[in-house]
Write a protein that binds this ligand. Structure first.
Ligand code: SF4
Length: 313
């Protein structure tokens, strides 16, 4: 694998430093804030399921319903959310560079038929060692696979790319649904997660892609979720057949692992100085503050553990 130049978007965070750790902390800060709006895969007027909708339903079945049936109620993406998305795309593009010779399925989200056709052609063409954004559908569920690497023995490595530096539980569901679709189509797959390597030491000049990313085999973990995934798919189809949203009240699921784009629909508006507005505050800390009856930022005692950023807010 060749050494490659530093990604432009990372330059401002890395220049003058030898440890990428700092940059990754910045990336983690961008991709994991608790108070962000994430609009997972709006698919025009389609009523079908997709990987991103499956994940919306995994977080909350009401969120899935609203996303499909009443998407006009969703909050607007703010600048931070757009920056998060752009950062994710950038990491995805760099991950693709680790698979030279791979082919990108270029058909966009509104051209799924075309994407399916291009994918079928690429799968059949053995000169492509990898396919990026490979698109498949099974059981009326659509998924785009970040990287599909051709392996010997008619097998494929199914790789989900994440711009984080560790494995998060919900990633496994994201990969498990893709595995369900590809195996449902009769493909033999090795499901994997590819994420940034927190320990990678940057030499100040060029990235080494083989060290910048870690690829983990999550075959056993996703196998353990097989029945749960099937049950959830059934549940999600039932919800989508309803004429009104399921009766689900707000709770920690509204912000964990992502802040739901329908947050304002289900939650009363909080005052500006509410503790939930602290940047990057974790659900655990919010619970601790709530248990102490503290709602206002100004009432948080000095002894309460907050980050520098939160303390400045
Ligand atoms: S705001 Fe909460 S309850 Fe409402 S749809 Fe989103 S996750 Fe579900």
């Amino acid at each position: 694998m060749s050494r490659t130049e530093l990604p432009k978007q990372l330059m401002p965070y890395i220049e003058g430093k030898t440890l990428l750790k700092l940059a990754f902390e910045h990336l983690e800060g961008l991709v994991e804030p608790q108070r962000r709006i994430v609009c997972a895969g709006r698919q025009g007027g389609s009523m079908g399921l997709s990987k991103s909708r499956f994940m919306a339903g995994w977080q909350c079945l009401k969120r899935l319903y609203l996303e499909v049936r009443q998407p006009e109620l969703a909050g607007e993406r703010d600048q931070q959310s757009l920056a998060v998305l752009e950062q994710g795309y950038e990491v995805g593009r760099w991950a693709q560079k680790a698979f030279p010779g791979g082919v990108l399925i270029e058909a966009g989200p509104e051209e799924m038929e075309k994407a399916l056709k291009q994918t079928a052609q690429a799968v059949g063409d053995k000169q492509h060692p990898a396919i990026f954004e490979a698109t498949f559908t099974h059981d009326n569920i659509l998924a785009r696979v970040d990287i599909l690497e051709r392996l010997p023995g008619n097998k494929w490595r199914l790789i989900e790319v994440k711009s984080s530096t560790s494995l998060k539980d919900y990633y496994l569901y994201d990969i498990a649904i893709q595995r369900f679709i590809l195996e449902g189509l009769g493909m033999k797959v090795v499901p994997c997660l590819m994420h940034l390597n927190r320990e990678y030491v940057y030499d100040g000049k060029r990235y080494e892609l083989e060290k910048l990313f870690i690829i983990r085999d999550v075959t056993a973990e996703t196998e353990a979720l097989e029945q749960e995934v099937k049950d959830l798919i059934r549940e999600e189809w039932k919800v989508l057949a309803r004429t009104e949203p399921p009766d689900i009240g707000p709770g920690s699921h509204c912000t964990n692992p992502f802040t739901c784009e329908f947050y304002d629909v289900c939650n009363k508006r909080l005052p500006d100085d509410h503790v939930a507005n602290l940047p990057g505050i974790s659900p655990k800390k919010l619970e601790e503050l709530a248990s102490q009856g503290i709602e206002s930022i100004g009432k948080i005692p000095q002894s309460f553990p907050l980050s520098e950023r939160q303390r400045r807010a």
